[in-house]
Design a protein around this ligand. Sequence first.
Ligand code: HAM
Length: 439
Amino acid sequence: MKIPPVKGTRDFYPPEMAVRNWIIDGWRKVSVRNGFEEYDGPIFEYLKMFQIKSGDEIVEQLFSLQDRGGRDLALRPEITPTLARMVNQRINSLPKPIKWFSVPRLFRAERPQKGRLREFFQWNIDIIGVDGVLADAETIFCALDYLREVGLTPDDIVVKISSRKLLAAALKRIGVPEERLDSLYLVLDKKDKLPPETFKHLLSEQVPDPKMANKIQAFMELKLISEVEKMFRDDQEAIEANNEQAMLIHHLNQMEVGGYCRFDPSIVRGLAYYTGIVYEIYDWASGLRAIGGGGRYDNLLRDFGGPDIPATGFGIGDCVLSILLEEKGLLKSEKTGLDYFVACVGGLTFESENGIVESTPEDEAVKLTSKLRRLGLRADFSYKIGNLSKQLGDASSRNARKCIIIGEEFKDNQLVVKDMTSGEQELVDIDEFLSGLKS
Ligand code: HAM
């Protein structure tokens, strides 16, 4: 019986692994050059940790389990709660602000679809301990620093930015009671993810008055900050939220990424802990799900029993990103080739002066390969000793830059070194060759 992989998971054969490594190496490189340090936590946590503040949607998607002691655990669907827990644990000794990144493997029991799986990798960037929007701008810049580096332009992608504060002010003004906001956010977050009729139906369950529901929809369709300003001239909460957004856009322009960013009040975010600026990154053309999303979550550390410390950050998954990069012809792989492939001619033996067989070409290939590896070079040899053309075939399928051939010349302390790109060959003295590599 052949056992298939579990639904919503992926097998990474070496070519897929090389792509995954290329993506993750890029995330790491950009994080480090933006001043972030890497952290990680356990893959499973206490179930209740994800029930505190992530919101119903995530809770419904948890893979949960019980350990032998009867403790309820869950595979992590996101790393932000772990981050809050870890920071709270060492809050007094950690230098602030905290600028950390992570690339966790996450699990969500979602319905598998294009760009959404049950196991995926997610790049996380978070700044803890800074309450101004410059920190939000820095996280958005960091995401765009990566997305621009891999070749995506403002014609390909957009960062849609809004504010939970502004949305709260608008909803309260429309007449939604404060205690209904959290459950309403979950529905509003689905506006562009569901067919319009399904969304309307869900909204009417939360807001039965059709006039109010229409006003909410109209607000979410506004396109300009100036239109919002007109609506809220006398609302202090909304004015503050608007000023914050204007300042954010100012910083993003100074960072020269403003061209990627748009105000869009339909952005709500599905997670319950956001409190301020929120954003999601989309591609313009192919209608894929979000490439990434994030925002400010100033109460999460406090809700996890820690001090009142502000925080902001985002997550970008590997699934939509790789589909988009592939569609645009921008997807690459980590370089996996060899520096040297060591081949040898069959049927030879190397004898001492008195005719004693000292070694076979296979022995010499193994010895030389080991030496090259000790020098830090990527080297390999063939198990199919004998047929030189087969070994040269192996060298090229392994993407070797050069192939060393151990043949008759070895008796005179010489090797043939073949450049696999140009096909040129040269005869080299073994000692000179090795001392050249060492230096
Ligand atoms: P999120 O919006 O749930 O945010 O996820 C962020 C990104 O992770 C999504 O835009 C998508 O790229 C990827 N993602 C989410 N679910 C899946 C899935 N089932 N399959 C493939 N990719 C997926 C968070 O997780 C927040 N914790 C991000 C954050 C960090 N906010 C502040 N700091």
